[in-house]
Design a protein around this ligand. Structure first.
Ligand SMILES: [Cu+2]
Length: 179
């Protein structure tokens, strides 16, 4: 019985962290229906959705379990392949139809959680992180391939872009359905 205590503590900490972050923003009204919306779990470099998202105005939890800053962009799209791309492999958000943009929460620091309120109609959506991090972040590269021109796609893989990790191209997206 006693060994359950650590798990409870961890849960409590997460909840407290979420509340603390949320209090910086005043635009989140309480979830109107009280339904339990899902949680988007972010890490390097993937997004999973825990639970389901109902239609209507919904407050979702966003839990960045990774060590890096991420963001959550939500767009109505049947599949990720349908999203317009830039040459570096990231999503070209300027080319998205305004009507398809649901919203985004930017700059979610590593190991923090927050909430965001979005309004969903029934349909299919993609949630993704569109950040590109610096080569400098991974440390220790001096004059060693760091001068490769942007877009130098030598191996044919998008993750080899000289600027660093293109989070979307690394697989940081999830497709989900709202009923
Ligand atoms: Cu990211």
């Amino acid at each position: 019985m006693r060994y359950r205590t650590p798990a409870l503590c961890a849960t409590t900490l997460l909840l407290v962290a979420g509340c603390a972050t949320n209090s910086n923003r005043s635009n989140s009204t309480a979830s109107p229906s009280g339904t339990s919306a899902g949680t988007f779990v972010l890490s390097e470099f993937k997004i999973t959705l825990d639970g389901t998202i109902p239609a209507g105005p919904v407050t979702v939890a966003i839990d960045n379990q990774g060590g890096e800053t991420h963001e959550l962009v939500i767009v109505a799209a049947d599949k990720v392949d349908a999203l317009p791309r830039k040459s570096d492999g990231s999503v070209d958000e300027d080319k998205l139809a305004e009507a398809d943009k649901v919203g985004e929460r930017a700059d979610i620091a590593g190991r923090t959680s927050t909430t965001a309120t979005f309004t969903f109609e029934p349909g299919t959506y993609d949630a993704f992180c569109n950040l590109i991090d610096d080569m400098g972040m991974s440390g220790g590269t001096e004059g060693d391939g760091s001068n490769m021109p942007m877009g130098g796609n030598t191996n044919g893989t998008m993750m080899d872009v000289a600027t660093g990790h293109v989070h979307f191209a690394e697989g940081m997206y999830v497709t989900f359905t709202v009923k």
